[in-house]
Ligand binder design. Structure first.
Ligand SMILES: Nc1nc2c(ncn2[C@@H]2O[C@H](COP(=O)(O)OP(=O)(O)OP(=O)(O)O)[C@@H](O)[C@H]2O)c(=O)[nH]1
Ligand SMILES: [Mg+2]
Length: 461
């Protein structure tokens, strides 16, 4: 195992009250010692903090606090030192240069966490959770990431794996006694277990939709004809004058994307160019872009001006954009300008023309009427994705794929049983399923996968 001594800035690269540099590896203490004359670090206990000057030869670089974590009780399980200095990027750079002169080398992206994984302190899904915790921007993503860091996903998976492993041993025992035609593994019990596993895998796989909403936010495309009031609505939702509003049709040309947090969930609001046939080349690009945004959106908020007499174009437009997995919310806008009798009619018109289920909300973005209803509707979309029985949520594409492959493998085992296929083949399919389940926690992995995961970390993590 290669544990040469690595160092990196662990705090953000900028001015702060303090900055922290992390050092880890066999020689971490002696590397720091060369620049820390105040006391002998090897004589100190683990988990202690020491005051002194960090020096480069004769020159004092900064007044620092040095924390010591001796192997194996450290993040990486190696000898580790953290140097807290006055948060000047220049001082941080000088300290790193000196540490390298003393024999350390700069850490690669994610190398501290990689070492924690390789040395067995955390599993792969926990290492990934560290990146997610750092990236979390709201309550929902923080909670899911912390749960994963605590080993949530691994617990679910390892329980499935252990049960499967029991059967693999029994089936392999059968192979040893092949000539005697015995059956140690009760096929119907195995089938029952496979059903249970399938259920669990399915519910984990389903949780990915919610996980995705947590991790990437829910994409909400705001669509409608020119002047429907899309940009006004965006501004009202954000409570700021983000987009230009005017009574000239075709004001918005490019898409405008802003994040809104509602009840701890992120929504990516996308204001778009009003949909119409146009000879204006730039506007036409905007219209095309708007349609593309709907293709990748989770929710379509379609705005129709309540004062309009004819909604046939709106209806046609909505129908051309609909998909099964797209939630539709139709808003009648500018209700402050028309009588209640007029906008009640609008709902009827849309209801009789559009067969897919949708929510209908009457709003005035200018007078801030029922904007809260729209926010509640957005929020309930995400709430509905949450599965009641699942407290573990899959947020990671890699886990999602491994779960899908496991599910395929489990189904193949079931087929193998029902077709009374040879025990050898059954054992093979079972092992295959085990392997895919092991990918999540990193029990089964390869360098390419690891490289992929850790290269996305920043240096110092
Ligand atoms: N009375 C009233 N006027 C509104 C409301 N919402 C928008 N407007 C007005 O309608 C006009 C167009 O609003 P925008 O928000 O620019 O419309 P848009 O859909 O973004 O238009 P494009 O960007 O051109 O596609 C502006 O004059 C707004 O002040 C509303 O709820 N009530
Ligand atoms: Mg606009």
């Amino acid at each position: 195992m290669n544990n040469d001594t690595i160092c990196a800035l662990a705090t953000a690269n900028g001015v702060g009250a303090l900055g922290i540099i992390r050092v880890s590896g066999n020689d971490a203490l002696s590397v720091v010692q060369k620049s820390f004359p105040a006391k002998s670090l090897v004589k100190q206990k683990s988990h202690t903090i020491h005051y002194g000057y960090f020096v480069d030869g004769e020159e004092a670089i900064d007044e620092v606090m040095v924390s010591i974590f001796l192997a194996p009780k450290s993040f990486t399980t190696e000898n580790s030192v953290e140097i807290a200095f006055h948060g000047s990027p220049h001082i941080g750079k000088r300290i790193l240069e000196t540490l390298i002169k003393n024999g350390a080398r700069m850490a690669k992206a994610g190398e501290f966490t990689l070492r924690a994984f390789i040395n067995g302190r955390i599993d792969l899904s926990q290492a990934e959770a560290i990146a997610d915790v750092i990236a979390s921007e709201n309550e929902a993503s923080r909670k899911v990431a912390i749960n994963q860091l605590k080993g949530g996903i691994t617990n679910e998976i390892s329980f499935l794996r252990t049960d499967l492993l029991n059967f693999v041993s029994l089936i392999e025992l059968e192979l040893d006694f092949a000539e005697e035609d015995v059956e140690f593994a009760d096929r119907s019990a195995l089938n029952q277990l496979l059903d249970k596993i399938e259920l669990k895998l399915n519910s984990l796989i389903e949780s990915f939709q919610y996980g995705n909403a947590i991790k990437n936010g829910t994409a909400v495309a705001i669509i409608g004809k020119p002047n429907a009031g899309k940009s006004t609505l965006l501004n009202a939702l954000l409570k700021e004058e983000r987009a230009i509003v005017s009574n000239i049709a075709g004001t918005t040309r490019d898409t405008i994307e802003e994040v809104l947090h509602i009840k701890g969930h992120a929504f990516r609001l996308i204001d778009t160019a009003g949909l119409r046939e146009t000879v204006d080349e730039i506007e036409a690009i905007g219209v095309k872009k708007a349609k593309e945004k709907v293709e990748n959106a989770n929710i379509l908020v379609y705005l129709a001006d309540a004062a309009t007499a004819d909604f046939s174009e709106d209806i046609e437009m909505i129908q051309s954009l609909l998909r099964d997995d797209l939630k539709l919310i139709i808003c009648a806008t500018k209700i402050d300008e028309v009588s209640p009798a007029a906008y009640e009619k609008v709902e009827d018109i849309f209801r009789s023309a559009i067969s897919q289920e949708f929510d209908f909300i009457k709003i005035s973005a200018v007078e801030n009427q029922n904007i809260q209803d729209l926010k509640n509707e957005l929020s309930s979309y995400v709430e509905q994705l949450k599965s009641a029985e699942n407290n573990v949520v899959i947020t990671n594409q890699r886990h999602f794929e491994a779960l899908g492959k496991s599910l395929d493998a489990v189904n193949k085992v079931k087929e193998a049983i029902s077709f009374q296929i040879s025990t050898e083949l059954l054992a093979y399919e079972l092992r295959n399923a085990l392997e895919h389940l092991g990918e999540i926690s990193g029990e089964v992995t390869n360098d390419e996968v690891l490289g992929n995961i850790f290269s996305k970390f920043c240096i110092g993590k």
